[in-house]
Design a protein around this ligand. Sequence first.
Ligand code: ADE
Length: 226
Amino acid sequence: MRIDVLTIFPEFFQVLDVSLLGKARQAALVDTHVHDLRDWTHDVHGTVDDAPFGGGAGMVMKADVWGAALDDVLQPGAHLVIPSPAGTRFTQGQAAELATESQLVFACGRYEGIDARVAQHYAKAGFSVSEVSLGDYVLNGGEVAAFAMIEAITRLIPGFMGNAQSIVEESHSDGLLEYPSYTRPASWRGLDVPEVLLSGHHAKIAQWRHDQQLARTRERRPDLLG
Ligand code: ADE
């Protein structure tokens, strides 16, 4: 998979090299390219934003600058991802879908976001375009959100994780939160590991874990149970 990131803060993505994603890059499973949006500006100030039509606070990122950049970076069949607090909620299911794409392009907006015609134009031009929110809170820009999504997506690329079973059993993969985990010592500061986990009885352990998943989800995330 090829991943391109367009941002006015390319330095931010140096962390891609040191995270787990670094291993995937070395294994040639992902090929990441980070671009400075200002490389597509034409004035001496490298202007990327302007005042919003209709008035209001903040600045809007310019469609002409984004258009020039995306025309160069998007390859046929690419999926354009625009992180935005006004997007649809990013989920594990969407991460799994995006993990099968050949090219993902993350357009990281700042300020009040990117001129709305940019998403419109590339959808009309036949690209898949997703405006996606990490959660119900506002970040300063799309960078942190893009980074989180890249980590969630790339770890689902076949061959990326050392232990494929740990992906199958983790939170959200089956619509429930993960069960609690314990390791040695069996007793710590007066707290004992649940007896059943020491029993060696696999069916009973599986049943206990499933019950814990349901209880946790009911308590912490009842919205997931519908
Ligand atoms: N940009 C600013 N806030 C965001 C959020 N919550 N999710 C995705 N992108 C964002």
